[in-house]
Design a protein around this ligand. Structure first.
Ligand SMILES: Nc1ncnc2c1ncn2[C@@H]1O[C@H](COP(=O)(O)OP(=O)(O)OP(=O)(O)O)[C@@H](O)[C@H]1O
Ligand SMILES: [Mg+2]
Length: 266
């Protein structure tokens, strides 16, 4: 009888664990769709600005026939078109399912891609961005999920610095633990001690709804970050001081060296 009961309860626990894992995956998926929707609205605006630049310089080039003016117009058009291509690449990178499985991934590439997409927004809110990327080996990761984490952290940082500030993104690695360390630091409002334990809870938000850029307020961002980093066997940690700022640090396992990877059976 006892044995039956304990088999039964072991099954119930296993069922619940399975349901929890499914719900956690759904939360990540739902937050991804929200983030993509927000991104489409931000980048469409920006795309429009780039198109305006191209149109205006094309007209200028047609009006002024001298070589210097035409060269200037064409240089501006080229730079704007290159920026447009970067934006579409970034959005496509996030939209397409690069891979559903962890694979050796270049974190600095993901950081640069996220910044291309959010650069204009950061400028608009007078936020200086400092990027300190040490060359590190690839991490074992699902690229678009880590991009989702980065975008969430950068948008949160931006929203915490209402009247400007400094965003610092740094990347290092620890040879002893074979982990990459990625920090997103802001000089914003900080998080009061009493709210700190709740920030990773689903639907916890102190924002009253989407801001002027159409971002934020569902309270799923950090919950999704937490689930993603946990599924990657990584860690996410926060340090914050009210009035001074906040730093989120993510640790992710490095991909095993090539020789070891080749000897792992498929
Ligand atoms: N860098 C930060 N500085 C200050 N507070 C922060 C920061 N990051 C998160 N928070 C706090 O944690 C809460 C939860 O963040 P989370 O990203 O999960 O949700 P959100 O930003 O409110 O909404 P969304 O799901 O749309 O991102 C925020 O509402 C905010 O109070
Ligand atoms: Mg958020």
């Amino acid at each position: 009888m006892d044995q039956m009961l304990s088999n039964e309860s072991a099954r119930t626990v296993a069922d619940m664990e399975h349901q929890l894992a499914v719900l956690q995956q759904q939360l990540v998926q739902a937050q991804r769709m929200t983030a993509l929707g927000e991104l489409v609205s931000t980048t469409t605006h920006e795309f429009n600005n780039v198109l305006m630049t191209i149109l205006n310089y094309a007209k200028l080039g047609l009006r002024h026939k001298d070589e210097a003016s035409r060269d200037k117009a064409l240089t501006k058009i080229l730079a704007a078109a290159e920026r447009a291509a970067q934006i579409t690449n970034g959005v496509l990178g996030m939209a397409r399912n690069r891979s559903q499985h962890p694979e050796p991934t270049d974190l600095s590439g993901l950081i640069r891609e996220a910044l291309v997409l959010l650069e204009r927004d950061l400028q608009k809110y007078r936020i200086q961005c400092r990027v300190q990327l040490e060359p590190i080996p690839p991490v074992m990761a699902i690229g678009n999920q880590i991009q989702q984490v980065l975008m969430n952290l950068i948008i949160n940082a931006r929203q915490a610095m209402k009247s400007g500030g400094e965003l610092t993104i740094s990347l290092t690695h620890d040879v002893a633990t074979c982990m990459a360390h990625l920090t997103v630091r802001d000089t914003g409002s900080g998080i009061p001690e009493e709210t700190l334990p709740r920030i990773f809870d689903p639907f916890f938000s102190t924002k009253s709804g989407p801001d002027a850029s159409g971002q934020g307020g569902t309270g799923l961002g950090l919950a999704a970050c937490h689930n993603i980093i946990q599924a990657h066997h990584g860690r996410i940690r926060v340090e914050s001081t009210v009035g001074r700022g906040t730093a989120f640090t993510i640790k992710l396992p490095l991909a095993p060296p090539l020789q070891q990877r080749q000897s792992i059976p498929a």
